[in-house]
Ligand binder design. Structure first.
Ligand SMILES: *Cc1c(COP(=O)(O)O)cnc(C)c1O
Length: 426
């Protein structure tokens, strides 16, 4: 599944002991496995066989330029949700003809940037956005290639924060409005409606919600074609789940087989936007134990990474396994792994039976490759962690640990407030 494994009781990333990286880079740090990234992409790609398709990695799940490059080298496209992500995609050398752009709040500036780059598809999420895009494209004398993001009202059976395809969610155009909005799109001079898009949520562990969604979309595509709206692209989004604890996630092969079965002979190029399934288990976060507070009920393992470094446990109550970097004999500790942040919600693991640990030990927070570093912040003025990519016995720091200077970068105190030697002496 991934290339983080023990050798003689020491945890390795591929061919490198994590202790060695910690010594050289300090803690906390994120560590990604090149072989795992490649393997996950290849498994996804292979499951689609000879069906015309494009796999666009979801940049928001892990946007490090080096990680993007690994996928681009494999022929991937990219799914972006902001101008900043488009900038990263271009900087990493993506072919704009393999970039799709989703998001409920695209600004004029972002539309201009994406039009200028000549991306493959705008995944448009509302009627007003469609009109705005028509206007912006017209001013630039361009035609915008568009897929409407359809909200199919399907329950993906996942955490409410990461459900996106229910009618109470802010995403997409309601299914029963879709035909009308396509007609409107067709009538607009600077809009070229060539696709249908949907994305129903994340960490989805059943294939059925995906199949049900495709069923609804397929019916729509047929109707659109009857009205000579030539749909070439079917973008089925991302959302396939992974194993964090003991969940059984359908492998990409099962997911693809179910979807291709439902697709039947519908002639379309399929687009997928996987994020988590490609990177989630290809990355870990390594942190050092600072103190152990033993209490009567439970103990607190205080480590040098917090919710600012990895917010998933605090934000969604998400489970991420915690492994010792050096295995040792002894009595297990029951308790929470907590960070230094001044919030009671600052924990990385709760109510666990943990391996024997002492101050100075390293632990790995597993399954941290997706929505890990990308959701990190500077809360409590903590510099964001370093990111390291390992390939075999090679390692590269692919993002430096931030410095205190980085943290205050761009801030200034207006002269009128800077007391001491300013002013007219009054
Ligand atoms: C977040 C997102 C994805 C990726 O979701 P995963 O669950 O990480 O696969 C794909 N498409 C869109 C539009 C998204 O917002």
């Amino acid at each position: 599944m991934h290339h983080f494994a023990y050798r003689d009781g020491r945890l390795f990333a591929e061919g490198i002991p994590l202790e060695k990286i910690a010594q050289e880079v300090g803690t906390p740090f994120y560590c990604y496995s090149h072989a795992t990234l490649e393997r996950h992409f290849q498994a996804f790609e292979a499951s689609l066989g000879s069906v015309p398709h494009l796999v666009c990695f979801s940049v928001k799940s892990n946007s490090n330029l080096a990680v993007l490059s690994v996928f681009l080298n494999q022929g991937a496209g990219l799914d972006v949700v902001s101008g900043g992500e488009l900038y990263r995609a271009m900087k990493a050398g993506a072919d704009p003809k393999k970039i799709v752009f989703a998001g409920v709040g695209k600004t004029v500036r972002e539309m201009e940037e994406a039009l200028r780059a000549e991306i493959l598809l705008f995944n448009v999420e509302s009627e007003q956005e469609l009109l705005a895009l028509d206007r912006v494209a017209g001013l630039g004398g361009m035609k915008a290639p568009v897929a409407l993001r359809i909200n199919p009202d399907i329950n993906p059976q996942t955490h409410p924060y990461i459900s996106t395809g229910l009618k109470q969610n802010k995403f997409g155009i309601p299914f029963d409005r879709s035909l009308d909005v396509y007609r409107q799109a067709k009538a607009l001079k600077y809009i070229d409606p060539i696709g249908v898009h949907c994305h129903i949520g994340s960490q989805i562990l059943e294939v059925q919600p995906f199949v049900d969604t495709l069923g609804r979309i397929k019916a729509l595509v047929k109707k659109l074609r009857e009205e000579s709206i030539a749909v070439q692209y079917l973008d089925l989004g991302g959302g396939l789940g992974i194993t964090y604890e003991d969940e059984v996630a359908p492998p990409p092969s099962e997911y693809a087989e179910a979807l291709l079965g439902e697709l039947g002979d519908l002639d379309c190029t399929l687009i997928f936007e996987p994020g988590r399934v490609l990177v989630g288990n290809a990355g870990i976060m390594v942190t050092r134990v600072l103190y152990i507070k033993r209490g009567p009920e439970k103990s607190f393992i205080v480590v040098d990474a917090g919710m600012n470094d990895c917010i998933r446990p605090s934000l969604y109550g998400a489970y991420q396994a915690v492994w010792p970097v050096a295995q040792r004999e002894g009595e297990k500790i029951s308790g929470d792994v907590v960070g230094p942040i001044c919030e009671s919600g600052d924990f990385l693991a709760k109510d666990r039976l943990l391996p024997p640990l002492e101050p100075g030990d390293l632990v790995a927070v597993m399954s941290a490759g997706a929505y890990g570093f990308t959701m990190a912040s500077n809360y409590n003025s903590r510099p964001r962690a370093a990111e390291v990519l390992v390939k075999g016995t090679e390692q590269w720091v692919v993002r430096d640990r931030e410095t205190y200077e980085d943290i205050v970068q761009g801030e200034s105190v207006p002269e009128a407030l800077s007391g001491a030697d300013s002013g007219d002496g009054r």
